[in-house]
Design a protein around this ligand. Structure first.
Ligand SMILES: NC(=O)c1ccc[n+]([C@@H]2O[C@H](COP(=O)([O-])OP(=O)(O)OC[C@H]3O[C@@H](n4cnc5c(N)ncnc54)[C@H](O)[C@@H]3O)[C@@H](O)[C@H]2O)c1
Length: 346
């Protein structure tokens, strides 16, 4: 890989390779853009097949954080970190201390947080050696309730656009994935009077949603083709792809999962099918909104208020998309880029 060429392509600021023999740490920190503020993004541990794969992942994820925070109106830039290795084997207090010391050397240009395969306990260990870490259990804690609330607000904005009212009574929402976010989203939807169809690969979770919310259950592979008003992907990425895009029988796609579109072209495909897509990084920004609040001491009411404003961000993106006749995913990128550009001119 020609690293500098790659960094030039998407205007990356910095890529840092971190090695510590004693703890076995092999980590990469990427700072994509700090125009709007410090680069904030979680730490992921993954057993990458190659160093190139790890570099590509951290680059992609860091850039995604720049867009997510910019679109959410936060004074944050985008960054991310990965530790290479099997999370079941390599974790130790020493490893997180070594990582935290590297974060500390950046003096706040990068702020780390929890991501895939890191836990609140890991975050506490990092916090023992640096203050540049958020998501500390006794502060902002579990982000999933705020994320779920933000997704609910985004769904309301989309429903209002498509049906001319945000009333969810009798509207059908299909929720894929009943984990930390999906289950809590069902709770909001149920309270608002929506009819819910659920799926999960874990039958216990499906059963719980059926009992608690009177939801109907669908098999995991059936969820794409159930007739519904809103399809809410809350499990994994790339669910809008060549196989599924023509199967959908919904008017709106709006859920918490990251990277829902297999690639950017599927945003256009949804637009052609007149299905309103609510860009994932906009509707699921409750998590980063929550940790952002922690940088100012943490006030849950403020975090909820900002997550409620996801409604307005979604409405604005729909407006841009209609005005410029572009897909909502392109409109979201445009909105984020405009904010960063304005920041550069300050
Ligand atoms: N937790 C947050 O605050 C947050 C913030 C932003 C984005 N997200 C994204 O939202 C999504 C859900 O996050 P979470 O924290 O609820 O994760 P989670 O691991 O708690 O839940 C995921 C759920 O999806 C189910 N699942 C996995 N594969 C499935 C399949 N093929 N079909 C149906 N269900 C399947 C799992 O069994 C699990 O119940 C992820 O993509 C995550 O990256 C989460």
């Amino acid at each position: 890989m020609q690293i500098f060429k790659r960094l030039e392509t998407d205007n990356y600021e910095q890529l840092i390779f971190c090695h510590d023999a004693a703890s076995g740490l092999r980590a990469i920190i990427c700072i994509h853009d700090t125009t709007l503020g410090p680069a904030l993004g979680g730490l992921r541990i993954w057993n990458y097949r190659s160093e190139e794969e790890a570099v590509e992942d951290v680059l992609r994820l860091a850039r995604g954080m720049t867009y997510k925070s910019a679109a959410a109106g936060l004074d944050l830039g985008g960054g991310k970190a990965v530790i290479i290795g099997d999370p079941k084997k390599i974790k130790s207090r020493e490893l997180f201390h070594a990582f935290g010391r590297y974060v500390n050397t950046l003096h706040g240009r990068y702020i780390t947080a929890q991501d895939m395969n890191t836990t609140p306990e890991d975050i506490n260990w990092i916090h023992e050696v640096t203050d540049y870490v958020v998501g500390i259990p006794e502060k902002s804690g579990d982000p999933s309730p705020i994320t779920a609330f933000g997704v609910f607000r985004g769904i309301l904005a989309a429903v209002n656009e498509v049906f001319g009212s945000e009333d969810l009574n009798g509207r059908v929402v299909a929720v894929q994935g009943l984990g930390a976010v999906g289950y809590k989203l069902c709770q909001h939807l149920h309270e608002a009077g929506a009819e819910i169809i659920v799926t999960d690969i874990d039958p216990v979770r499906v059963q719980a949603a059926v009992q608690k919310f009177g939801a109907a259950a669908a098999a995991p592979e059936e969820i794409y083709s159930v007739a519904c008003d809103v399809f809410a992907p809350c499990a994994m990425g790339a669910v809008i792809n060549e196989q599924t895009v023509d199967e959908l029988k919904c008017r709106i796609v709006a859920g918490s999962a990251n990277n829902q579109l297999a690639d950017g072209s599927f945003g256009d495909r949804l637009m052609e099918r007149e299905i309103l897509y609510v860009p994932d990084y906009v509707i699921n920004s409750g998590g980063v909104i929550n940790v952002y609040e922690e940088l100012r001491g943490y006030n849950r009411d403020n975090a909820m208020e900002k997550a409620a404003a996801i409604y307005d961000s979604v409405a604005k993106i729909i407006e841009i998309a209609k005005r410029d006749n572009i897909s909502t995913s392109r409109a979201a990128d445009q909105m984020a880029e405009e904010r960063i550009q304005a920041g550069k001119q300050k």
